[in-house]
Each structure stands twice: as C-alpha cells, then as structure tokens.
Design a protein around this ligand. Structure first.
Ligand code: DOR
Ligand code: ZN
Length: 440
C-alpha cells in the first residue's frame, strides 16, 4: 500500500501494550499498524524511539481570546509553539481571556481564529458566569468547545460563580461534564484579611488552605449528586480531596497537575518565591505523596500543566499581589517522562493520564489512542535522551519556567498532528492546528 507518511521501526504504545511496528498515515488518519506496510513519500525512522498517542494538555491558559494575546506574555501561536516543542499535540484552552469566552460570539470567534494561529489542535472551554448560568447548556455544544469551566473560587481574571445556588443553575443547564476550579470563595475572602502585603510567599498555601479546597469539593460533589451532573475537579491539590473523591467515581473525575506532583513546600517557595505561587497552591510533602498514591491506585483521570504565563513584572510583586500561575505546557511531557525514568509511574500509565484520559473525560473525537481510523497524532519520544530545561529554550513570551536548570531523561523527538510533522528535533514547521471536535 502507499501512504502519505510512514513511521518505521518505533516502539508503538498501544492501549494494551507496547509493540515494535510501523505506522502508515493517510490523509491525516492512522491507516495501518504493522510490519512491511508499504511505501510513502515521507518516512520517519523511529528506531530506538517510542511512539505515544498524541499527548493532550487539557489545561492551558494561552491568554488569547481570538484577538491576539497579551504582548510579552502569550498568544495562541506562542502557546501552541511551546506545546509542540514539548511533544503536545492537543491543548484545551481556558476561558479567562480577553475577551472572556462566555457567549456564542466570543466562542465562535475564538474557534475560528485557531486555523492559521496554532501549531497543534485546540479545544476551548466556555466560562460560566452568573449571567450565562441558565443558558450555558446551549454554549457547551458549540463546535470546538471541550467543556464548561466554572471558577467556583476566584483566581486570575474575573470569572466567578461562587454560590451553591448559582453553581446549581450552571449544573442544571446542559448535560456534559463540567470542569471546576474548586476553592471555597467565602473562606478565601475571609482568610485573606489576616495576611499583609509582603508576607512570605509560602503564606500562599496558608491562606488558600486545605479546607478551602476540600470544602469547595464537598460542596460541588453534593450539587453533582443532587443534579446528577458529572463534574471534573481540576487541579486536585490535597490528600483529603483525593481520598474523598474515591467515593464519587459515579459522578466525578479528577485532574492532578504536574506542579503538584513534583514541587513541594516549603522548598518551592524558598527556591522560587513568587515563581512557586499558583492556585490552588503547591503544598507540603504529605499532599505530594497522596497525589502519587492517587496516580498509582487509579483515582486520577488526567494530568495537566495549568500553563498560566504572567509577565515577570507581575510575578515579582510582593505576596499576595504577585500574579498566581506558572508556565508548563512545554515542560509537561519531559517532566513526566523524567518521572517514568525515576520509576514513579509506567509509560503506559503516563499515556493513560495524558492522552487516553483527557480524550475520554472530555469526549475528544478521534484523539487519545493509536488505532486505525484515529487522528494521526503522535508524540515521538526518546526515553534515553537527557536534556536540561532552560528559560532560554521556552517559547512562552514571558520567558520563564519554574523548571529552569532541571535535568530530565526522556525528551520529545518529534510531534505529529494529523499526519503533519510540526516539530522535529526542536525545529517547528507551519501552524496547521485545527479546532478539536467533541462528542456532545
Ligand atoms: O494559578 C493559577 N493561574 N490558577 C488559576 O486558576 C488561573 C491561572 C491563571 O490564569 O493565571
Ligand atoms: Zn488553570
């Protein structure tokens, strides 16, 4: 047979195991998996490399509402450039942009802007507000929309739906799984009064304490059961929530962030100051251990970066005025491959969490596995290559990573999106990204 692209001699990570095989790609789809498949005008020799199904980062803030992003911080082009340099083939972008993605006009404009402005495929969240709460069910099925996002606790931007009554209104509109930023807003606001400007950055986790997150999640679970509406709890950051959520698999799914797996307090605040500040906060070793246990026992469904770029000027303000959020889309896969290298999880579990998991939880069509007829999205990685992450190598316009100077073993060699080689050995090609379709 003749294909458009042949990837030869790689270790192919299928859902049921790893095999030595070639992959034939035709018209952007996986056409065949096996040996001696045929010929193609374009071939990649993947000897000694692993071919993962395209890695999905389901949690990024690219700061671009479809009108260009924030100069010196990020836009869709620079954000997705970082993605493909880091071996990511799909991203789901958060709605706290300017303009915010909260109505049909902004969602359609943001989706239409993807073509020509993205190196990888993109899904977009619709932000819940107290204004659109009763009608958001009509917005979650707009083409390109991956899910509703509810900020139940305030963070960067002004999207907020905090009261039980308003969250319930959102849950009763539509039927798809809703993604939640779960921190209790009342407790957050009350506790903020006891801190002063210039307090140590480590106070971030004292202010936004365990109970802020746990209380938020208990409230959302009560409402999910009441309304029978599925919920995806984003960036679960406490041992308490991870334990509690094991009893809610009927209605809830779980995201954990890379930052909550590899950074811990007080070290992160001592080393990085404001560059360790994010919401929900990085906490102490007890919570890090609980997150790894939840990876091991299957509690966790997806891993994201929560890539949230801010200018250095806004980061370097005294706490709590410093911007919260850390960059991460470009370092997500290398840092997770390093965890595989260290024996913290298997490559198959990594793929379950970073490709199959997001595709399943959000219903991304034709994504998440290497199988005939699926999109030819591949993250080709060299598990033996050791590289050091640096600020200079970051595509993000803000120019910094919390992992500057960290050496990792396991590095992306090529990124392929629907049969297009968008990155090979650190060189990016043209931006061919498209909106992702989701089951509604
Ligand atoms: O740390 C964070 N930064 N948490 C969020 O919820 C938002 C994000 C941002 O957009 O900066
Ligand atoms: Zn986020």
């Amino acid at each position: 047979m003749n294909f458009d692209l042949l990837i030869k001699n790689g270790s192919v990570v299928l859902p049921w195991g790893i095999i030595e095989a070639d992959i034939g790609v035709t018209k952007g789809y996986i056409a065949a998996i096996g040996k001696n498949l045929g010929t193609a005008p374009q071939t990649i020799d993947a000897t000694h490399l692993h071919i993962l199904p395209g890695i999905i980062d389901p949690h990024v803030h690219f700061r671009d509402g479809g009108k260009g992003g924030i100069n010196g911080v990020e836009d869709l082009l620079s954000g997705t450039k970082g993605a493909v340099l880091g071996g990511v083939t799909s991203v789901f972008d958060m709605p706290n942009t300017t303009p915010a993605a909260v109505d049909a006009a902004t969602l359609n404009a943001k989706r239409d802007y993807i073509t020509g402005h993205a190196y990888c495929d993109v899904g977009i969240y619709v932000g819940a507000t107290t204004d659109n709460a009763d009608s958001i069910g009509a917005l979650e099925t707009i083409d390109g929309v991956c899910a509703i996002k509810v900020f139940a606790g305030s963070s960067t931007g002004n999207l907020l739906v905090a009261s039980d009554a308003d969250i319930e209104r959102v849950m009763r509109s539509g039927r798809r799984r809703i993604a939640f930023h779960s921190e209790d807003e009342t407790r957050l606001q009350e506790r903020r009064k006891s801190f002063s400007s210039g307090d140590p950055y480590a106070n971030h986790m004292v202010w936004r304490d365990v109970e802020c997150a746990f209380l938020g999640t208990r409230r959302i679970m009560a409402l999910a059961r009441k309304t029978k509406r599925p919920a995806h709890i984003l960036h679960v950051s406490t041992a308490e929530e991870l334990d509690y959520l094991k009893g809610f698999h009927d209605i809830a799914s779980v995201e954990v962030l890379l930052n909550h797996l590899v950074q811990s307090a007080p070290d992160v605040y001592e080393r990085l100051g404001a560059y360790g500040v994010m919401n929900p906060p990085i906490r102490d070793a007890r919570h890090v251990a609980a997150a790894w246990a939840a990876i091991a026992d299957g509690t966790v469904d997806t891993i994201g970066s929560d890539h949230a770029p801010h200018s250095r000027a806004n980061k370097e303000k005294p706490w709590p005025d410093c911007a919260a959020g850390l960059t991460g889309v470009q370092t997500l896969l290398p840092m997770m491959l390093e965890q595989v290298h260290q024996g913290k999880l298997s490559l198959l579990r990594l793929v379950d969490l970073m490709s199959a998991g997001p595709a399943r939880i959000y219903g991304a069509v034709n994504k998440g596995r290497i199988a005939a007829g699926y999109d030819a999205d591949f993250s080709i990685v060299d598990l033996k290559k050791t590289e050091t992450i640096s600020n200079e190598a970051m595509a993000t316009q803000c120019g910094w990573t919390p992992f500057d100077g960290v050496s990792v073993t396991g590095w992306p060699a090529a990124t392929i999106v629907r049969g297009n080689i968008v990155m090979r050995e650190g060189e990016v090609a043209t931006p061919i990204g498209q909106p992702i379709h989701f089951r509604s």
